[in-house]
Design a protein around this ligand. Structure first.
Ligand SMILES: Nc1nc2c(ncn2[C@@H]2O[C@H](COP(=O)(O)OP(=O)(O)OP(=O)(O)O)[C@@H](O)[C@H]2O)c(=O)[nH]1
Ligand SMILES: [Zn+2]
Length: 188
């Protein structure tokens, strides 16, 4: 589990290292606030993909008529994450998740919850996609999954190369999404 006391101690040290006074009025609660924020934004670090799959394992399988849809797609799920290289925010991120059910469907909100939890880690955009695909596969048993992510990286926009308008797109296509180009219309 995330060690908030340890985070507080180190944030206090960073404030000192920046040459500021961690005990001044404006900063005195900052280590505690940052620890609380990290607990929230890195909540996914407390769990493995398998545990996240168990947490959101809400499926419906009693009616094969609805459980054999050609495809289920949720578009534009907003997430935030933090890049593991700079601890910098990834923002304006939108995830599209699609899968072809094999005899069971997952509760729609659980797809958004899975995307949210996979993002709440120190991440790479690419790995957010593979994590989501793995968890959806564990829950639904489907081998036909697509995860497209569009997003901006503050480590590229507010520092370094400073390309404010650049957007990164990553895509994981497994099973029929990889081989059947007609399915790709759902991902646009
Ligand atoms: N593939 C990938 N790279 C990322 C992601 N987030 C940040 N990066 C990159 O990680 C790389 C780290 O490169 P380094 O050369 O070690 O770090 P740096 O000196 O701060 O690099 P610059 O950003 O080019 O100034 C940079 O190119 C970042 O743009 C991500 O989600 N996926
Ligand atoms: Zn970065």
């Amino acid at each position: 589990m995330i060690d908030t006391k340890k985070i507080e101690k180190h944030i206090y040290g960073i404030l000192e290292a920046l040459g500021d006074d961690p005990n001044r009025e404006g900063l005195k609660d900052t280590p505690k606030r940052v620890a609380k924020m990290y607990e929230e934004v890195f909540a996914g670090m407390n769990y493995t993909n398998q545990q996240i799959a168990e947490m959101f394992n809400k499926t419906f399988e009693d009616d094969l008529d609805f459980a054999n849809q050609e495809v289920v797609v949720i578009k534009d799920i907003d997430i935030f994450s933090y890049c593991e290289h700079h601890l910098a925010l990834m923002y304006d991120m939108k995830v599209t998740v699609a899968y072809i059910p094999c005899n069971k469907v997952i509760g729609l909100s659980k797809i958004a919850r899975i995307a949210d939890m996979a993002a709440r880690r120190l991440q790479l955009q690419e790995r957010i996609g593979t994590d989501i695909a793995e968890i959806i596969s564990l829950v639904t048993g489907s081998k036909d999954i697509a995860v497209i992510i569009k997003g901006k990286h503050s480590c590229m926009s507010s520092r370094g190369i400073k390309k404010v308008n650049s957007t990164t797109i990553t895509s994981i296509l497994t099973g029929r999404f990889e081989t059947d180009s007609k399915l790709q219309i759902y991902l646009r």
